[in-house]
Design a binder for this molecule. Structure first.
Ligand SMILES: CC(=O)N[C@H]1[C@@H](OP(=O)(O)OP(=O)(O)OC[C@H]2O[C@@H](n3ccc(=O)[nH]c3=O)[C@H](O)[C@@H]2O)O[C@H](CO)[C@@H](O)[C@@H]1O
Length: 502
């Protein structure tokens, strides 16, 4: 920790001495804490950060550069597809993926540093329970999928293997996440294979380029976006850890997709067999204004253009057959080789674009009162995880079925989409389909058969409730021996050889 004189001099050089205007009023304990926080700010970086934010605020007021005219869709040659490929091809990709997992070359990396403001819970999103019959949280589901994929890869290739789980957290999520994992005995995983690390926080800045004080002794800080990953990998020596473990391929994903296929062997196998260094899973966009980024090319280079960055007329463009031109919806599931991540971390990380978000940031006024602004007053700068696609030498996209792989939890119940209800429904619909395909019959309360229905409307619950533990089946496999010609009373939970009926 630096001394107060040093910190004051640094703030002075950055034009930010207002941060210390309540210093004399603080208790010894508050001074110590605040000094700790201020010591982490590098004066040179602070100058650049505040300048960039103020410039961005000027631009955001009007003349943000538009990408629309420079966009082109992904070249079909670079897209693999679960829906359009032959079963034999899919089987080959899957076998390759399982092989790489079996020889310990695959790890998963969870982006879990976000604040989940839209969902509105005061704890990390991964701890959320969407109301499944088992009461499992997103973290537990993910942990169990890792266990199962390890088990399947080991069985298929005859060698015991590990898929390390890297979890990027932030100041907001590290402690509660660690505590939650400890309290739940890491959901059966070996703690030495669960590596949590923290991304950086950066100050929120006012429109005139001044850092915002949230309290008399605290700067308003926010995580540096999920693209903060690349810096955090270096800060926390995570690439070295991967190298030590022999990890070559990473599946990076975001916390809120209840259907995420952790270390998906088909996706990994596809990317490896194509010789890709970087890849993105996509789903066909549901409708032009759907709030997902689109994977496309800009000036010939691959990137994701966020939903907020394109004009409605671009999003609405269609091919003569009626399909959307920009239909490759980003589901925040990425493939990277470790070599690519190393290159990005060493050479390109500093070049990553800063995305600007204009927000309402609570602040302390001249008199020391905490004010909750009614209008936006601050700028938060964020880097995005996919902004490294441009540095890839071989980029591929992989299209998957939405109903099988994408149902994100973004909003609280009451919102029209992406809520706990829609996430729960997606998972239970998938498990119901798997159970029926495996030969299960469902009965209602009175013991009468429920007519099977494999396709239900998106906003309708499945005809019967059946939750299948990921420890039993990773993606619908292996269920026949348990469920064929079994009569199950809804709601049912399939847990190992044990089927619990209501
Ligand atoms: C920038 C980005 O990836 N955008 C994608 C993200 O949008 P979306 O706007 O939903 O992105 P979120 O803010 O939810 O962040 C995605 C993930 O990144 C994590 N996170 C976020 C901020 C941060 O500083 N640190 C951090 O780790 C979150 O915890 C989450 O797991 O998911 C959508 C699909 O669901 C995609 O269509 C968007 O293209």
């Amino acid at each position: 920790m630096r001394c107060i004189e040093e910190v004051r001099a640094g703030l002075e050089s950055a034009g930010q001495t207002h941060a210390l205007r309540f210093w004399a009023e603080l208790s010894a304990e508050q001074k110590r804490e605040f000094l700790g926080e201020l010591s982490l700010l590098d004066p040179e970086e602070l100058i650049q950060h505040c300048r960039a934010a103020a410039e961005a605020a000027g631009r955001a007021a009007g003349e943000e550069e538009r990408l629309d005219s420079r966009m082109e869709p992904v070249d079909p040659e670079f897209i693999g597809s679960v829906c359009k490929s032959e079963p034999e091809t899919l089987r080959q990709w899957e076998a390759e993926g399982f092989l790489q997992i079996a020889v310990n070359k695959v790890a998963v990396l969870l982006l879990a540093g976000g604040q989940g403001t839209r969902l509105g819970v005061p704890y990390p999103k991964g701890m959320y329970n969407v109301g499944l019959p088992s009461g499992k949280t997103l973290y537990q589901i993910q942990a169990e999928r890792i266990q199962k994929v390890q088990e399947l890869a080991s069985e298929k290739n005859g060698s015991k293997c590990t898929v390390p789980w890297y979890i990027m957290t932030s100041e907001f999520t590290l402690q509660p996440t660690e505590k939650f994992f400890k309290e739940n005995s890491y959901f059966g995983l070996d703690p030495s294979n669960v590596v949590m690390f923290e991304q950086r926080m950066i100050p929120a800045v006012s429109f005139d380029g001044k850092i915002i004080l949230e309290k008399k002794n605290k700067i308003a800080m926010a995580p540096d976006g999920n693209g903060g990953l690349y810096r955090a990998l270096v800060d926390n020596k995570i690439l070295e850890d991967m190298e030590r473990r022999g990890v070559q391929y990473l599946h990076v994903y975001c916390v809120d997709n209840i259907l995420v296929k952790m270390a998906d062997p088909v996706f990994i196998g596809f990317c490896v067999m194509k010789g890709a260094d970087c890849g993105a899973k996509v789903v066909e966009k549901a409708y032009p204004a759907e709030p997902v980024g689109v994977v496309c090319r800009v000036d010939g280079v691959y990137q994701v253009v966020e939903y907020s960055e394109v004009l409605p007329e671009t999003a609405e463009q269609r091919h003569p057959g009626g399909e959307l031109v920009y239909s490759a919806g980003n589901i925040c599931n990425h493939f990277f080789t470790r070599g690519f991540l190393q290159e990005v971390a060493q050479k390109f990380q500093v070049q990553l674009k800063q995305h600007v978000a204009i927000k309402k940031v609570p602040f302390v006024d001249e008199e020391g009162n905490i004010v909750k602004p009614t209008k936006p007053n601050g700028i938060k700068m964020e880097k995005f995880v996919f902004d490294v696609f441009q540095f890839s030498k071989k980029f591929v996209a992989f299209e998957v079925r939405r109903e099988d792989e994408f149902s994100p939890l973004k909003n609280a119940d009451g919102a029209p989409v992406d809520t706990p209800t829609t996430a729960r429904r997606s998972l239970l619909s998938q498990h119901y389909r798997w159970a029926v395909q495996a030969g299960a019959n469902f009965l209602d309360d009175q013991g009468n058969p429920i007519v099977p229905k494999l396709r239900t409307a998106q906003d309708a619950d499945p005809p019967a409730v059946c939750e299948i533990s990921p420890l039993v089946s990773y993606f619908g496999e292996g269920l026949e021996k348990l469920l064929k010609q079994r009569n199950l009373k809804s709601p049912a939970i399939v847990n190992g050889s044990f089927v619990k009926n209501s």
